[in-house]
Write a protein that binds this ligand. Structure first.
Ligand code: SF4
Ligand code: ZN
Ligand code: ZN
Length: 338
């Protein structure tokens, strides 16, 4: 197999593009594709400092690498979720990556703002871990960006992530999720920053190849809570389709964005105001994150004061607020900067 560009030995075949590249030309292809996506979708300008949400995984570190190489002003944001060894190891990867490149890394611990790491949040709220985690990530990304003077946050979502999310939303005909499926979530309120996904047209296999060829030391293990997630089944189904018909994933996602999304978008007007407690945006009086932190605090108080034998699941005394929380958590569950 020969490189389409230089005729040298190809290291990677890209069936959906009907092409193959050597190591150098694949890296050039990957960079060009990412920068072209940023330009075409007007994700951010050369002058804008970009906060890159990094998890220690291949996608977000590959994205940060491309932006640094291209000369963008960036800082990394690592959210420490407090998930046992997974968090310790992924944080170490991000710190080493930043140190090697002399780049700035901001570390924010969920436990410092919510009162506990993600595993305990799940016990306290009795909600699916990934929902509570997604909500916390979305909130802390936005708040940190505002506090540190960034107008845009970039995440490492790739084509496989985005196609799987779209597939899941379509199976449920979840109109609100379908409306939010976009590589550029504009800031629709002064207290929101833009969220962009510059890798959304590149597959997981391509980001893995780029990270490998660049010698990026990333965490290979998945978060322990990812096991058994429905999104993994959706990815498997899409991979089978892709095997049978290369280009299916990209066509599913890109055609949706081009033709169908505007219809869902029109039907999803949301009025935002500022949370009475923290000032971040919400559709209610108090935002879902503040309610989550309250639940965690009550759980810890109850566990400490009433049940020395172990944690106690705390019921909310605000059923209406709880229903709002559940829907906000669901809305946030797609946020997973891999
Ligand atoms: S799988 Fe992702 S969203 Fe779920 S708990 Fe782990 S890091 Fe959070
Ligand atoms: Zn070549
Ligand atoms: Zn709040």
């Amino acid at each position: 197999m020969k490189c389409r560009k230089c005729g040298g030995r190809a290291v990677l075949e890209l069936r959906r593009h009907n092409t193959a590249f050597c190591a150098d030309d694949f890296q050039a292809f990957f960079r060009h594709h990412t920068l072209e996506t940023i330009r075409r979708w007007q994700m951010f300008t050369r002058e804008e400092p970009v906060l890159v949400a990094v998890s220690g995984g291949k996608d977000s570190l590959a994205l940060w690498d491309v932006l640094l190489e291209a000369g963008y002003t960036t800082a990394g944001l690592y959210l420490d979720l407090g998930i046992f060894d997974y968090s310790r190891e992924s944080k170490a990867r991000c710190q080493a990556f930043a140190a090697e490149r002399g780049a700035r890394l901001i570390v924010v611990a969920v436990a410092e703002t919510v009162g506990a790491g993600i595993p305990l949040v799940e016990q306290a709220t009795r909600r699916p871990t990934c929902s509570a985690c997604g909500l916390s990530k979305r909130y802390l990304m936005n708040r940190t960006a505002l506090e540190q003077g960034f107008t845009v946050v970039a995440t490492g979502h790739n084509l496989d992530d985005e196609a799987a999310t779209l597939f899941g939303s379509t199976l449920r005909w979840d109109e609100a999720s379908l409306a939010r499926q976009t590589p550029v979530l504009e800031a629709t309120h002064p207290k929101l920053v833009r969220r962009v996904k510059p890798l959304f047209r590149l597959s997981e296999r391509e980001t893995a190849a780029y990270a490998f060829l660049r010698g990026i030391d990333y965490i290979v293990e998945e978060c322990p809570f990812a096991r058994g997630a429905t999104s993994i089944t959706h990815k498997d189904v899409l991979n089978r389709l892709e095997d049978a018909s290369p280009g299916s994933k990209a066509s599913f996602l890109l055609t949706y964005l081009d033709r169908a999304r505007p219809r869902f978008q029109a039907g999803d007007p949301v009025e935002l105001r500022e949370c009475a407690r923290c000032g971040q945006t919400t559709t209610g009086e108090v935002c879902a994150f503040c309610k989550l932190a309250d639940q965690v605090r009550r759980h810890r108080e109850a566990a400490g004061a009433l049940s020395p034998a172990g944690p106690v699941a705390v019921e909310t005394d605000d059923p209406a607020g709880s229903r709002g929380l559940v829907s906000d958590l669901d809305a946030a569950s797609e946020i997973h900067a891999s």
